[in-house]
Design a protein around this ligand. Structure first.
Ligand code: DOR
Length: 443
């Protein structure tokens, strides 16, 4: 029994795998793309099809967001898997990879299973969960399934998820072969600099405490370990010009890196406007860093984009620095931010789709996603590239209820979001009955 009809999306501007566009039709059968053609005759279709008129809209592969913090279990006052997946649907994110710093931490198979069960019950989009490294859970890291990889917080974390000792780090790189994703900030340097800036309450010092050097030191260490063991490494949210230059000189074929829209589009000037809402880890940097990161992305030194969606409530953010938590939400705004940049001529729409979908699928070995072609999963978004609309606090679906980009006038908002052939979001309405699926990874 199909819970949803087959689809025929008509007359949209379809992004093809070669980066060119075709104005035409897409036939979706049982959640998969069956046919892409200039015109598909209704006479050729057998059975019931819902037709969607895509005239004037652009059809892109759904966004795969490879770094989010969705807070369930344990921190549901900030976000939960249901509210986060609604925000994903609105933002065109059809799959996400979530991080282990929930309560309990996702550091065992049992905790991973629990998240998978929760997601199956309430997520409107597809899901995968990282397993978190501690200094003690090597056996779990070797066997946990399904997971996109091992997450290591080298710094900027407290408790069991902080793995900052050289021996513990090396032991993780030395054993096993699955992907290791690092939050690369050097804990020792952060702690030293914290005491230097003790007593400062201006959140702008956050970028001086957790400075470029702290990020570079950790990225250098992760890169050295990855080279020593030829271990698949992914560097999460690259934030500095220095790290981008390092990778430009020295990036083995088994290393990938990502950048967030925040680190491309916001910088330390944001503290004056939005105060602690601009506080995140790794912190916002300078305009120069923005520019170097953009160039690195354009040149393929950086492979793809992640939001690091890290919601905290406005009440939590209203405390005084350094008591304020780091992090900002992002899944609702990442695609329109990048498509707006494309419309401004900073990159192409095809590049945005590559950075937000195809390259992520490739890096994590997610089969049949990231392209609009027969046989691929029907995870698709229809966006309007010609209608600008501001980011409004009253419209966001993330439970935290704010965005660092409020007031930004963006285009490329999803009009339809389709997950596995189910319409999960349509012109402002969610389909609350839709459910995503657990992702599988070829790593
Ligand atoms: O700013 C951040 N917030 N960076 C992280 O790595 C963690 C995240 C969170 O979970 O709040």
């Amino acid at each position: 029994m199909l819970a949803y009809p087959n689809l025929l999306i008509r007359r949209s501007q379809i992004l093809l795998p070669n980066g060119e566009f075709l104005v035409g039709d897409v036939q979706i059968d049982r959640g998969k793309i069956a046919q892409v053609a200039p015109e598909i005759s209704e006479m050729s279709l057998v059975g019931e099809y819902r037709q969607i008129d895509g005239t004037g809209l652009t059809l892109l592969p759904g966004v795969i967001d490879p770094q989010v913090h969705f807070r369930e279990p344990g921190l549901e006052h900030k976000e939960d898997l249901f509210t986060a997946s609604c925000a994903c649907a609105r933002g065109g994110v059809t799959s996400f990879l979530e991080m282990p710093n929930t309560r309990p931490l996702t550091i065992t198979q049992a905790a991973l299973n629990d998240k998978l069960q929760r997601a199956a019950a309430k997520c409107l989009v597809n899901y995968g969960f990282f397993i978190g490294a501690t200094a003690e859970n090597l056996p779990d890291l070797l066997t946990a399934e399904p997971t996109p990889g091992i997450k290591i917080f080298m710094g900027s974390m407290h408790g069991a998820l902080l793995v900052s000792q050289d021996e513990a780090l090396e032991a993780i790189f030395a054993q096993g072969s699955r992907l290791i994703a690092v939050h690369a900030e050097d804990q020792e340097r952060i702690e030293e600099r914290r005491s230097l800036f003790a007593g400062h309450t201006n959140p702008a010092v956050h970028s001086q405490i957790q400075d470029n050097q702290a990020a570079l030191l950790a990225t250098q260490q992760a890169l050295a370990l990855s080279k020593k063991y030829r271990r698949r490494l992914h560097i999460l949210h690259l934030s500095t010009a220095e790290e981008a230059d390092l990778l430009r000189r020295d990036k083995p074929s088994w290393v990938t890196a990502e950048v967030t829209p925040q680190h491309l589009l916001l910088n330390i000037s944001a503290y004056e406007k939005i105060g602690t809402l601009a506080q995140m880890n790794p912190p916002l940097r300078s305009l120069h860093d923005n520019q170097v990161l953009w160039q690195a992305l354009l040149d393929g030194v950086i492979d793809f984009i992640a939001t690091d969606h890290a919601p905290h409530t406005l009440a939590e953010k209203a405390q005084t620095y350094p008591n304020t938590p780091s992090g900002m939400p992002g899944v609702e705004t990442s695609l329109p931010l990048m498509l707006t940049a494309a419309m401004e001529g900073r990159c192409t729409v095809a590049q945005v789709a590559k950075w937000m979908s195809a390259n992520v699928a490739q890096a994590y070995g997610i089969a049949n996603k990231g392209a609009i072609a027969p046989g691929y999963d029907a995870d698709l978004i229809l966006v309007d590239l010609n209608r600008y609309h501001p980011v409004l606090r009253e419209e966001v679906l993330t439970k935290c209820g704010w965005s660092p980009f409020e007031g930004w006038n963006l285009t490329g908002w999803p009009i339809f979001t389709i997950v596995g052939g189910q319409v999960v979001y349509e012109r402002g309405q969610l389909n609350l009955a839709a459910r995503g699926q657990a992702l599988r990874f070829g790593n």
